[in-house]
Design a binder for this molecule. Structure first.
Ligand code: CP
Length: 332
């Protein structure tokens, strides 16, 4: 038998542990919920294309993207196809009634597309868009990044990759590189809290602050919070590093604006090949993408940098999440 035709035993959902109906905020996700999705994702990674296609044949994913994306939208669409389904939707709301004269509401758009499909993935400029969608949707809603609020699937993905490198997330200290006020930070901190991580060390743009709600999540979980002044200092004090683009766009803007990015990033914030080989050996590094000068392409060959591994695994994480939410939806 070849690798292509062999598949590991399919994981079954633990009895009595229902996933939340929607994946809009990781505040309500427990350790067992992540483990259930990750177990399915691991199984999918080891399964043949044919086996994977029998996971949820005929499933229709509705893709409502009011904001640009490369990785999240395409990996969701590929995931739907990999598990035997397909996707419909839009990546430019100006082609729909939501973006023209009619200004059709988010709620009505969700009800319309939700009546055609089995599950929805929503990216939106408004902080509360996913919660509003979930309140009216006939099918499960997954936030694919909404305003500054949350980006649950990116956090699930990065935590899965980091756990596979570290063996365990309990008791670890994670370095977070980028603005702590962004949507990914909120989801990540909820995930770290669910696993009883020890703490987080922020390396942030000058002037950036840790928002009050993130501070409260950390305090409730008994996690420590520190700051580092440079990439070198950060690498010396953490077990793993997660990086977002150091220069962020405005998540409340739907279109690409004609703004100029900084010509050069301060070297304090650059994780280059020399630094990672000298100081960060053994500390796994993930990046949400799109990567910028904070993690230059020369690091692609550094063994503990897992940027493109995360990109690849994003399909399996999202395929597993789709499968588990659909299974949960059918059970209810
Ligand atoms: N990580 C992430 O959200 O990337 P995209 O904006 O390309 O989806």
């Amino acid at each position: 038998m070849t690798e292509q035709t062999m598949s590991p035993a399919r994981p079954s959902a633990p009895a009595g542990t229902g996933l939340p109906r929607h994946a809009v905020s990781l505040a309500s996700w427990r350790r067992g919920d992540y483990e259930r999705v990750w177990e399915r994702a691991e199984w999918m990674l080891g399964s043949s294309t044919e086996t994977l296609a029998r996971t949820a044949p005929g499933t229709l994913l509705g893709v409502l993207f009011y904001q640009n994306s490369t990785r999240t939208r395409l990996s969701f669409e590929v995931a739907a196809r990999r598990i035997g389904g397909s996707s419909v939707g839009f990546s430019d709301a100006t082609t729909t009634r939501a973006g023209d004269f009619y200004r059709e509401s988010l709620e009505d758009t969700v009800r319309v597309v939700g009546s055609y499909t089995d599950v929805l993935a929503l990216r939106h400029t408004d902080d509360d868009a996913a919660e509003r969608a979930a309140a009216v949707s006939p099918v499960p809603v997954i936030s694919a990044g909404t305003g500054d609020r949350e980006h649950p699937t990116q956090a699930m993905l990065d935590l899965w990759v980091l756990r596979s490198k570290l063996g365990n997330l309990t008791g670890v200290t994670v370095g977070y590189v980028g603005d702590p006020a962004c949507r990914y930070a909120r989801s990540l901190v909820h995930g770290l809290a669910a696993f009883n991580a020890a703490g987080i060390v922020f390396l942030s743009p000058d002037g950036a602050k840790v928002p009050g709600d993130v501070q409260r999540t950390l305090a409730r979980a008994g996690m420590t919070r520190r700051t580092a002044g440079s990439a070198t200092e950060l690498l010396r004090g953490v077990d793993a590093v997660t990086i977002i683009p150091f220069e962020l766009s405005d998540f409340h803007e739907s279109a690409v604006r004609s703004h100029s990015r900084s010509a050069r990033l301060d070297e304090r914030f650059v994780f280059d090949g020399a630094l990672l080989s000298r100081t960060g050996t053994g500390v796994p590094v993930v990046h949400t993408g799109p990567r910028g000068p904070e993690l230059p392409p020369e690091t692609d060959d550094v063994p503990n940098v897992h940027y493109f591994e995360g990109v690849t695994k994003g399909v399996y994480l999202r395929a597993a999440l789709l499968a588990e939410l659909l299974a949960e939806h059918r059970r209810r």
